[in-house]
Design a protein around this ligand. Sequence first.
Ligand SMILES: [Zn+2]
Length: 336
Amino acid sequence: MTMRTLLKATALLAATMLTLPAAALAAPQVAVSIKPIHSLVASVMKGIAEPGLILKGAGSPHTYQMKPTDAEMLQNAEIVFWVGPGLEKFMEKPIESLAGKAKVVELEDAPGLLKLPMREGGAFEAHNDGDDHHEAGGHEHEGHAEEGHNHAEAGHEDHDGHEHGEHDAHIWLNTTNAKLLAKEIAAGLSEVDPANAPRYAANLASLEGQLDSLSTEIKATVAPVKDKPIVVFHDAYQYFEKEFGIRVAGSITVSPETLPGAARISEIHDKLTTLGASCVFAEPQFEPKLVNVVVEGTSAKTGTLDPEAATLTEGPGLYFELMRSIAGSIKSCLSQ
Ligand SMILES: [Zn+2]
């Protein structure tokens, strides 16, 4: 190699090294609270960058506590997406402490969103039975290896919140809502990263089409079983019920921060027959044996639903997998 070509090569290399970090900086630093929302953000950001996810793995937003790495992700973010204090209570204070450093998008406030009040009473757990909860809840949680559990405290705070007529925060379990969330996500991203706005808009349009197809597909999946009542672990499915005509007759617990006590378990057990529910669903982050106790001696079958995607791998496809798996579990249990 001559000196001349060597110099040329070095110059080329230097130029490449200069352009690489510049290209990486062009994409905004994004932090997202939970997997279902992260999946929608990842779809809108396809081909640009991958958003950061705070609640990884199998944790529940109802019980999670921030780690130092999560705080760091928030500190470095240019834009933060979360549902709101009704769901990710663990993020409320850390977001306040950002003090305007990042654009914070509280998706609960997205325009046009279907929002339903919390259900309570009847087959849905009333909120004034905290003592019973705590006694049995503490016991049941022993040996439960979930990270960052502090359910007694969180449960009290959440009970207070629920009593003041909050909306059900599981807003993503509905494809019409998901389209509105995606629209809000694209608007936020375009604001902090206007250079990529056309790409966000194109990704949004494609996602909206996929969500319409998903809705049609799920309607067909659940059509044969949709009027059969079911009992769920926590009351997370109202938005799914509204869209697909599923009938949730009751929930074992309203506040998943606290496990139901013995009295609640036997109450639901006794009510199974009058509710006419032929399936009772556990959730992956909660003890399946509780559900077995609920159905003991009845003809009801059991299944598992994962409304917060605890068992699914993050990414653009997760949202679709999540909705399909809920529909599939309901169908397969009710078809038995
Ligand atoms: Zn939930």
